[in-house]
Structures are given as structure tokens and as C-alpha cells.
Design a protein around this ligand. Sequence first.
Ligand code: SF4
Length: 266
Amino acid sequence: MENRLRRAYLEAMGIECWVPRRPDSNAPAGDDTSAVGPPQETPPAGMDADAGPPDWMDEVPPPTEEWTSVEMPEILPVAADTVATLDWLALEHRVSQCTACGLHAGRQNTVFGVGDRSAGVMVIGEAPGAEEDRQGEPFVGRAGQLLNAMLSAIGLQREQVYIANILKCRPPGNRDPRPEEALRCEPFLLRQVALVRPRVILAVGGVAAQNLLKSQETVGRMRGREFQFEGIPVVVSYHPAYLLRSPDQKAKAWQDLQRLVGILKA
Ligand code: SF4
């Protein structure tokens, strides 16, 4: 078998190959390039780096079209099938231990969710910010205070709704969640929705609405329309943090809250 083909084949099988080091042709004569630069991999004891793959590898048939076209199994976001059966205690514990995406490395706390676990209204935001990460609770700080005030305006206290985010860990620098992060975290939110079984969901902000409703549309285009998530009516509105920056949009958010009240009264 040709060396190049054999090496590709071995690498496809997860077997490392060592290629004999060649002097850097750009290095000055006599310069030992192996003495500088990043450390070089060395083969395990008993293997000769210059010998290449052992001869018995030649007896292994080359990959067939069928073999090479096998698709890699899809990486499950988290073990979605098992998450779907967890009770509150087990679900919260699973989230606290989760390392399914890279965000786990930078978190101080997971931000699971807070509020009445049998609430009629579930508020879903996008992801924890710095303060939420510190406190382990969603919607704290100024945006949280505005959310509380919005809820209060329709006769609801914060403790009477359930509040959660698309992501349970903070993205660095308050950047938007990446699609793969949202996908990996999704089973947790799905289970929270299934356990709460709210009468209406208030999705605040584009990230929440887009991930929940699998849409690319802006909040401006989605608000005022009828959507459902898992058979539950969804009201799309602006994120309180956005309303703090754009107070002229508060009137529209008020209209959205009125729609929510209408759904609750229906
Ligand atoms: S953001 Fe979600 S999926 Fe990622 S580590 Fe945190 S809990 Fe796990």
C-alpha cells in the first residue's frame, strides 16, 4: 500500500503515525531545528519512528466506499432522552454538573431558573449576564428590576411566575449564545417547560424567541403574532435590557403584556 494512502487509512482509524523528522530546508546549515520550537511527539518505547506503520497493516483491506461513507453519529446535545424524565431536583442537579458545551468552563454558577414551579406564566430570556452568573439567578440587576415592574403592572409578582433562560451558563462578554450552545442546553429548558406546564410563555428578546420558535425573524417582526411552543401560547416581546436602552419601545412591550393577560383570561 502506498505510504500516503496507508497513513491516511491509519489516521482514519485513530492510529497515530510518526513521520521522520526532516531538517528545515530554510534553516541555516548546521542549525538543529529539533532543538527549538514546540516539543516534538515521540513514539512510545519499542516503536521506531522511522519505520512507519508495521507490515501487518498491509493485510488490512483498504477502506471500501461503503466504509468511508458511514456518517458520524450525531452528537447529542445532552442525554436528551434521560433529561426528559427528570424531576426538579434531579434536573437542577444535572444542570449544575453539566459540561455539554464550552460555557461550563467560565461559569461561576449555573443559572437554573427561579419562581413558582407551577406558574401560569413562564418567562424565558436568553442567557445569564455577569450578575446572574454571580448570583445563580436569572434576571437580576436593572433588567431584572424592570421585568419585575412589568410583571407587577399586570398584577403578577416575580415569585408568581417561573423565569428561565435558553442557556444556563453565561457566555463570555455577554455575547449572544451560539447555536450549538443553545442546542446542547435545549433539553433542560424543554424539561422545565414540561414540568411547569404554564398557560402562556413570555419570550423576551430575539435570542429567546428565535431559539424557542426556531425562527430567524427579529422581535419586531414576531411580536404581536400568535405562536406556540409545545402546544403552549408564546407571546414575544422585547428584553428588559433592550427596553432600558430604548425606553421608547416600552409602549410596545406594554401591548405585548396586554396580549399575555388576554390569553390568561381566555
Ligand atoms: S450552557 Fe447549558 S449545555 Fe452549556 S454547559 Fe451550561 S448547562 Fe450545559
